[in-house]
Design a binder for this molecule. Structure first.
Ligand code: P1T
Length: 395
C-alpha cells in the first residue's frame, strides 16, 4: 500500500483505507504527505539508460504512477494504466485487437463508445455487434469465429441495465475471448468486475473516481499480464496520457470515493422511489427498485445501486425538454458522478451520435431523462424535480 510500516502486515486493508493510501507514500525529498504534481516532461540520466526508473514522461510519470497503483488497488487488479480520457482508455483496449477481429457489445453504451467503435475502429476492419447484454442467449448467438472481445457497461448508460459479469466471463472464456467491463457507472466502491471474472475494467475517471467535475481522464485495470504489457505498449506508443495535475485531482478524488458513493446511493434511492410514486412519471429505471429487471442481479454482484437514474415523463419530448430546463438544483449538463446533481436528455446529448432507430431498438426513447444524483440534501433534490415537473405542464 505505502512504504510506511503497518501494524499488521498480513491483514488485507479495507476499501476506504486503500482509497486513501494505496500507491502513495510520503515524498522522499520532503515528507510531503500528498503526492507531488511533478511538472516535468523528462528526467536527468547519470549515464545512458542509467536513471531512477523514469526516463520520459509519456512513458512513465510519478504522479500518474501513484494514481495507476491506487486505481489498481481499488479494482483488485495487479496492473493499472491511466489515460487522458475515458475514450482514450476505451480506444486503447480496442487498439489491442487486429483488423478482422469481432467484438460483441452491449446495446446500451455511452454514445461516444458506440461512435468510436462504429465510426473509427470499423474503418480499420474491426466489426462490432450490439446486443442486449442482459440476455445471455443473445450474447452467445452474436459470437462469430472471429470474436475476441465482449464489451459491456453494467449498469449501462443510460438505461441502467444490469448484466451478469460472471456469466459473461464464462461465456467469453469458453469461446477464447476476453471480457471488458466499463465500470464507470458503478465505480469500484460498488462493483469489482475482475473479482467476478472479467479480464479488463475500463473507467472514465472523469466521473465518480474524480468526483468533482473538474478533470477528464480514463483508466484500464487488469490482472492479465499479457494484456497489461500490450496496453502499456499502446499507452506509450499512441500517447494518450493524462497530465500530472489531472492525475493529482483524480488521486484526491478517490480518497473520498467510498463516502461520496454512499451518499450518492442513499440520495438516488430516495429520488427513484419519489419518481416511481409520481403521477406524472411513466417509467423509472433504477437497479435499486424491486421493479427493475436487473434488481436481483444487481443485489448479487454490487454492494449498492449507484447514483444514476433514468426515467420517462408522461407526455411528449417537448415536455421532457421543458422539465429538464426548469430545474434549479439539478444542472442541465452532460457527464455524471460529480458531487453536484446533473440532469440530461440522452437522445440529444450524450447519445446523440447513435442513430435514432438503433436507440429505439435498444429501448432508449426520445423522451428519456437521465439523472446523476449528487450529494446534496435529498429533500432539495425531490423538491426541485417536483417543481420542474409542475413547470413542464405549462407550455
Ligand atoms: O468522457 P470521457 O472521460 O472520455 O469518458 C467516456 C465514457 C466512457 N464510459 C462511460 C460509461 C461514460 O459514461 C463515458 C462518458 N460519459 C458521459 C460524458 C456522459 O454524460 O454519459
Amino acid at each position: 500500500m505505502t512504504n510506511r510500516p503497518s501494524a499488521d502486515a498480513g491483514r488485507e486493508p479495507g476499501f476506504s483505507t486503500l482509497a486513501v493510501h494505496a500507491g502513495q507514500s510520503p515524498d522522499p525529498a520532503t515528507g510531503a504527505i500528498m503526492t507531488p504534481v511533478y511538472l516535468t516532461s523528462t528526467y536527468v540520466q547519470e549515464w545512458p539508460e542509467r536513471h531512477k526508473g523514469f526516463d520520459y514522461a509519456r512513458t512513465v510519470h510519478p504522479t500518474r504512477l501513484a494514481l495507476e497503483k491506487n486505481l489498481a488497488a481499488l479494482e483488485g487488479a495487479k496492473f493499472g494504466l491511466c489515460f487522458s480520457s475515458g475514450m482514450a482508455a476505451t480506444s486503447t483496449v480496442i487498439e489491442a485487437l487486429s483488423s478482422g477481429d469481432h467484438v460483441v457489445c452491449g446495446n446500451d453504451l455511452y454514445g461516444g463508445t458506440y461512435r468510436v467503435f462504429t465510426k473509427v475502429f470499423a474503418r480499420f476492419g474491426l466489426t462490432f455487434s450490439f446486443v442486449d447484454a442482459a440476455d445471455l442467449k443473445a450474447v452467445e448467438a452474436a459470437f462469430t469465429p472471429r470474436t475476441k472481445l465482449v464489451w459491456v457497461e453494467t449498469p449501462s448508460n443510460p438505461l441502467l441495465k444490469i448484466s451478469d459479469i460472471g456469466a459473461l466471463a464464462g461465456l467469453a472464456h469458453a469461446k477464447g475471448a476476453k471480457l471488458a467491463v466499463d465500470n464507470t457507472f458503478a465505480s469500484p466502491a460498488l462493483q469489482r468486475p475482475l473479482r467476478l471474472g472479467a479480464d479488463v475494467v475500463v473507467h472514465s475517471t472523469t466521473k465518480y473516481l474524480g468526483g468533482h467535475s473538474d478533470v477528464v481522464g480514463g483508466a484500464i485495470l487488469t490482472s492479465d499480464e499479457a494484456l497489461f504489457k500490450e496496453f502499456k505498449f499502446l499507452q506509450n506508443a499512441v500517447g494518450a496520457v493524462p497530465g500530472p495535475l489531472d492525475c493529482f485531482l483524480v488521486l484526491r478524488g478517490t480518497k473520498t470515493l467510498a463516502l461520496r458513493v454512499e451518499r450518492h446511493c442513499a440520495n438516488a434511492a430516495v429520488v427513484a422511489k419519489h419518481l416511481l410514486a409520481h403521477p406524472e412519471v411513466a417509467r423509472v429505471h433504477y437497479p435499486g427498485l424491486p421493479t427493475h429487471a436487473g434488481h436481483a442481479l444487481a443485489r448479487a454482484q454490487m454492494t449498492g445501486f449507484g447514483g444514476m437514474i433514468s426515467f420517462e415523463l408522461k407526455g411528449d419530448i417537448e415536455r421532457a425538454k421543458r422539465m429538464i430546463s426548469s430545474c434549479r438544483v439539478f444542472s442541465l449538463a452532460e457527464s455524471l458522478g460529480g458531487v453536484e446533481s446533473l440532469i440530461g436528455h440522452p437522445a440529444s446529448m450524450t447519445h446523440g451520435s447513435i442513430p435514432r432507430e438503433e436507440r429505439l431498438k435498444a429501448g432508449l426513447s426520445d423522451g428519456l431523462i437521465r439523472l446523476s444524483v449528487g450529494i446534496e440534501d435529498a429533500a432539495d433534490l425531490t423538491a426541485d424535480l417536483d417543481s420542474a415537473i409542475v413547470a413542464s405542464l405549462k407550455s
